[in-house]
Write a protein that binds this ligand. Structure first.
Ligand SMILES: CC(C)(COP(=O)(O)OP(=O)(O)OC[C@H]1O[C@@H](n2cnc3c(N)ncnc32)[C@H](O)[C@@H]1OP(=O)(O)O)[C@@H](O)C(=O)NCCC(=O)NCCSC(=O)CC(=O)O
Length: 236
């Protein structure tokens, strides 16, 4: 299956669809590949289109991949279980992020209130995901790991503030942002890999910074939010 021009939430969407495919086809292994090349969005700066300039400043190229299956067999050592996955379109945010293909290439229009829209909804999305799965996570610092889409520094700052997270909780996402920028759909898997590496280096019990429960968020045009509740399995 090929999905293109899905936007930055494409990584979360691809993982959600892979979960559906794997669960409905016993024994299947689904290779998820997210690849982004932003050359088509590059153009000269325009005073009347600051949002496009912001996109050119923060977006970057990357490809990432993950294998998704529904049950463990033989020598496989899965890192994360996707317990639930959902997509939300935030009401009243149609112009938050607009991506259009035109004769001059792909034109991004990022509204400067994009981070605020995310911040205004993030707490509700977290509570919905945890409560629907019956996960008792009282302390979002102590009990949950966070694989948040590094959409931009302001998005991470506002998510951190609204959820009352300590600085270290979004460090994997910030490191990916520092190193590669916002690599659209590919960055969710890159953040999970960064988190896995950090967890292994620190001899933690799971790839989710030693914790069991985690949340993955991907933000894209719409504004669309993909939310995946993760369970990190013990690193054997
Ligand atoms: C780009 C930034 C790192 C810059 O941070 P700074 O702290 O340096 O500066 P700042 O936020 O105060 O902004 C400086 C000035 O630029 C203006 N400004 C900022 N973003 C703007 C935008 N999108 N459109 C128009 N103006 C904008 C501010 O209002 C301010 O104006 P003044 O000086 O007049 O007050 C941050 O604003 C940021 O992270 N923004 C979020 C980027 C974003 O939208 N990411 C989502 C990508 S889309 C995505 O992930 C999904 C997808 O594409 O599918």
């Amino acid at each position: 299956m090929l999905y293109y021009q899905a936007g930055c939430h494409g990584g979360g969407m691809a993982l959600r669809l892979a979960k559906d495919l794997a669960e409905n086809n016993p024994g299947a292994r689904v290779l998820v590949v997210c690849s982004e090349v932003i050359t088509m969005a590059l153009r000269g700066p325009s005073e009347t289109h600051v949002g496009n300039l912001v996109g050119q400043a923060i977006f970057g190229d990357a490809a990432s991949a993950a294998i998704v299956g529904a049950e463990i067999s033989g020598h496989e050592r899965p890192l994360f279980e996707m317990v639930s996955a959902s997509q939300d379109i935030l009401p009243g945010t149609e112009d938050g992020v607009v991506v259009k293909l035109s004769e001059e290439g792909i034109v991004y229009t990022l509204h400067n209130e994009m981070p605020l829209h995310i911040a205004n909804n993030i707490e509700r999305l977290v509570k919905d995901a945890l409560e629907q799965a019956g996960v008792m996570a009282k302390d979002w610092n102590e009990d949950v790991f966070w694989a948040v889409h590094p959409g931009g520094r302001k998005i991470l700052d506002m998510v951190e503030t609204r959820l009352g997270l300590e600085k270290a909780k979004l460090e994997a996402a910030r490191e990916v942002m520092r190193r590669h920028g916002n690599t659209l759909s590919s960055c969710n898997i890159v953040v999970l890999e960064e988190m896995r590496q950090r967890s292994v280096e620190r001899s933690m019990a799971t790839a989710g910074e030693g914790l069991e429960w985690g949340l993955l968020f991907a933000f894209g045009p719409g504004i669309t939010v993909e939310t995946i509740l993760l369970r990190a399995l013990p690193i054997s």
